[in-house]
Write a new protein. Structure first.
Length: 384
């Protein structure tokens, strides 16, 4: 190391580009697998943004009641089909903070409809951290504090109200609790059944493999939507919304496991002949231990990516069943139930904001697909 007159130090050793390359490659090869996956996943910008968005959505689910200004079934009979209201900051050029203009309603004697107009001369500031309708944080802790509320003597319908005068914005937030959770419960059921039957068929083979394959083929040959409808119609109508929610989640998981089981079976057929599997068997490891400790961990990352891509299909399945009136039912609130209330095309033409519940479904499904694509591309970190 040589010191220059300006105080800088310079290495006198000759530069070896090959040594630098070898050092970098050695460091990469010694890194844990999750580090390589994360390093590759960070380059997939769309998948990274979608993953962060989904993480925020699921973290907010327990405190939805704090964010929503109204309860999911709170009705205001004088504000049926009220249009969306905007939050303003400036009134007549002066900054006064977040406020709204109260809505005034007039009867249109030609169309026999209520016409809502904002009162532009009367700005009302929003109330923050206010007391309103009671809710439960994570279903356990009672509270009545909300992030923001409508000022006294006014309403706050950010995305309008429906035919019963219920706030669509608040109902969409509460509906996320069921619509986003149904995919997690369904994929858990699908994972347990798919991994169990797929691993048994792929590892043992023989007659067990033949029987499980025939069952998978029979289930995959059945038309999916009519089977959903038949199973959902068999749910007793007097069951509570919570019971219906869980049985719908289980139905979606039961119908999704054959595809996962087939991919697990194919992977086991190729892995069971590997030398490390034979070595474990020769050392006396039981079949269950070989499957749990040696086979499943080798493609768990693939299973995680498959699960991420299967969750949106289950969300769409619950939405379709609830839209047709065979899934969740009122007073339960989900995005499918809200679309069921807005399936009248004539009413959507007059009150287009009643179709807003379609937007979160589209956004969440796209986010899961982008996130799944990013995971799938990152599962082979050595490809570049």
């Amino acid at each position: 190391m040589t010191q220059l007159p300006d105080g800088r130090f310079v290495d006198d050793a000759p530069y070896d580009p090959q040594a630098s390359l070898l050092e970098l490659e050695r460091k990469d090869l010694d890194a844990p697998n999750w580090v390589l996956i994360w390093r590759k996943f960070k380059t997939h910008k769309l998948g990274l943004i979608s993953g962060a968005f989904l993480l925020i959505c699921y973290l907010l689910l327990p405190v939805i009641g704090f964010i929503a200004p109204y309860g999911p079934n709170q009705r205001m009979s004088e504000n049926l089909y009220s249009p969306p209201q905007s939050i303003h900051l400036f009134h007549e050029g002066a900054f006064i903070g977040p406020f709204i203009y109260p809505m005034t309603s007039e009867a249109d004697l030609e169309t026999f409809q209520w016409v809502f107009k904002p009162d532009l001369d009367k700005p009302l500031k929003l109330d923050f951290f206010c007391q309103a309708q009671r809710y439960d944080i994570a279903g356990l802790i009672p509270s009545n504090t909300h992030l923001f509320c409508a000022p006294e003597g006014a309403t706050l319908f950010l995305w309008g109200s429906d035919r019963l005068g219920r706030d669509i914005f608040s109902r969409i937030l509460y509906g996320a609790q069921l619509s986003l959770t149904v995919g997690l419960i369904g994929i858990s059921v699908s994972f347990v059944l798919g991994i169990f039957f797929g691993s048994v068929a792929g590892y043992f083979g023989g007659k067990i493999d033949w029987v499980i394959n025939r069952v998978i083929e029979v289930l995959r040959s059945l038309p999916e939507l009519p089977l959903w409808l038949a199973l959902s119609a068999a749910v007793p109508s007097n069951w509570s919304p919570v019971a219906v929610f869980f049985i719908i989640s289980v139905i979606l998981g039961i119908l999704d496991w054959p595809g996962l089981a087939r991919s697990v079976r194919a992977k086991f057929l190729s892995l069971r002949e590997e030398e490390y599997v034979r070595a474990a068997e020769m050392m006396g490891a039981s079949s269950g231990r070989v499957i749990r400790k040696h086979l499943i961990p080798n493609f768990m990352s693939h299973l995680i990516a498959s699960a991420t891509l299967s969750i949106p299909a289950m969300i769409l399945g619950e939405t379709a069943l609830s839209f047709l009136g065979l899934g969740l039912r009122a007073p339960a609130v989900s995005w499918g139930v809200m679309l069921n209330d807005a399936q009248n095309l004539a009413s959507i033409e007059i009150y287009p904001w009643t179709a807003i519940p379609m937007l979160p479904i589209i956004i969440i499904v796209l986010a899961f697909n982008f996130f799944g694509d990013g995971l799938r591309d990152s599962l082979d970190p050595y490809q570049q």
